[in-house]
Design a protein around this ligand. Structure first.
Ligand code: NAD
Length: 370
């Protein structure tokens, strides 16, 4: 990044904060994008290779996601440099230090993302109070444990297949990433008769055209193992997953995994992003031109933040599942109809829809983005 304002446009970001405490090795970045709709919600991503640029892009994705989902929250994101598998006592120090450094940034409500979980949110609650994604015992609706995002992915997919030439039962799915989003997606899809033919985690990919046993994979992961320990499947490097033959391809790991370089290798008819910004703009256009339907990430994967926003207001789990189902189905249909009528990319239809809502909220305020 040449200049910190490189990402600034009419929507934001309104605040960018570098947080640093050498005493405990804390290095982080907070980006608060646009808060015209209300205080921002967005998860804390912990990984050794996060970056300020990733943080900017994810904060914007949250502004669009929260607006499209009709939530009274803007978008923000925090990244924390470090290994999420650190010994717990060391991780706790870092998470508490990050929380303390953000104590007075009231435009940002802390939440979990890759590398952070409800245990981390509980430390933050204890430290500063302003957090969602808490464990049940202290009033939370643990969005990763219940599979909130994956529940939305299933409903987005059920609508999307109505615009395509195949049905969900018997369809073949590939899921990249078998963490909170990936494993619950595998579970929900299997309940609808979808066959998981390939998956991957950071250790590698596995493929079996006759179908993988989802329960066995979940047990392996919960026992601290990798999907590559699955008995009998063909084991490959994690890059190979893009080549797996399937009907539905679900990215549920990192950004930019389908890009201009590898997009031609993808064999699916439908891409349903669990991960944020998983498909580059160029790749998305290429897929559209080839007749492959790629759902906008922030429409399909809004389940987690819908859950978080409802937890903040004291809702219960049943209401959360119902709201995710209703909002994601409605938005997916609406975006696909607009895309079809106007012959535009689903992503463009979704961005216009979200930005319109943000701009209307901005028009009621004295200052536009904060
Ligand atoms: P997680 O940390 O629980 O799981 C991530 C998974 O991806 C792990 O299995 C990891 O091994 C795997 N992975 C990492 N690098 C990989 C690679 N190069 N190839 C294949 N697999 C790889 O994270 P999560 O909560 O499941 O989130 C996954 C993605 O979905 C993230 O991009 C996150 O921002 C996005 N997302 C999550 C939620 C949510 O509710 N958790 C909501 C919206 C979006």
């Amino acid at each position: 990044m040449k200049d910190i304002f490189e990402f600034a446009d009419e929507l934001g970001p309104t605040k960018v904060l570098h947080v640093y405490e050498p005493m405990v090795g804390l290095k982080g970045v907070l980006v608060v994008d646009n808060v015209a709709l209300g205080p921002s919600i967005g998860g804390i991503r912990m990984a050794p290779d996060v970056s300020a640029v990733e943080c900017f892009r994810l904060a914007r994705a949250m502004s669009l996601k929260n607006a499209a989902a009709g939530l009274s929250h803007g978008g923000g994101k925090a990244v924390l440099y470090g290994d999420p598998k650190l010994p717990l006592e060391k991780k706790e120090v870092l998470i508490r230090a990050l929380a303390a450094s953000l104590r007075d940034i009231h435009e940002y409500i802390l939440a979990p993302d890759m590398g952070t979980d409800e245990q981390c949110m509980a430390w933050i609650k204890d430290e500063i109070g302003r957090v969602v994604g808490l464990p049940r015992e202290i009033g939370g609706i643990p969005l990763d444990e219940i599979g909130a995002t994956a529940w939305g992915l299933l409903h987005a997919t059920e609508i999307a297949v109505q615009y395509l030439d195949f049905e969900l039962p018997g369809a073949r799915v590939v899921i990249q990433g078998f963490g909170s989003v990936g494993k619950h997606a595998a579970r929900f899809f299997a309940e609808k008769g979808v066959v998981l033919v390939g998956t991957a985690d950071s250790k590698g990919a596995i493929y079996d055209p006759s179908g993988l046993d989802v329960r066995c994979l979940v047990e392996l992961k919960e026992g601290g193992k990798s999907v590559v320990d699955y008995p009998g499947a063909t084991r490959l490097g994690h890059e190979a997953i893009i080549d797996f033959d399937c009907d539905i391809w679900i990215p549920a790991a990192r950004p930019d995994v389908i890009n201009e370089v590898n997009v031609d290798r993808l064999k699916a008819k439908l891409v349903v992003p669990g991960a944020n910004i998983a498909v580059t703009d160029g790749a998305e256009k290429h897929l559209h031109d080839k007749g492959v339907l790629c759902l906008p990430d922030f429409i399909a994967n809004a389940g987690g933040v819908i859950c978080a926003a409802m937890e903040y207001r004291g809702a219960n789990e049943t209401a959360v599942f119902q709201a995710i189902e209703e909002k994601v189905r409605y938005n997916t249909r609406r975006i696909l109809d607009i895309s079809k009528e106007r012959g535009i990319l689903p992503k463009r239809a979704a961005v216009e829809f979200a930005v319109d809502r943000i701009k209307r909220a901005m028009s009621y305020r004295r200052w536009s983005v904060f």
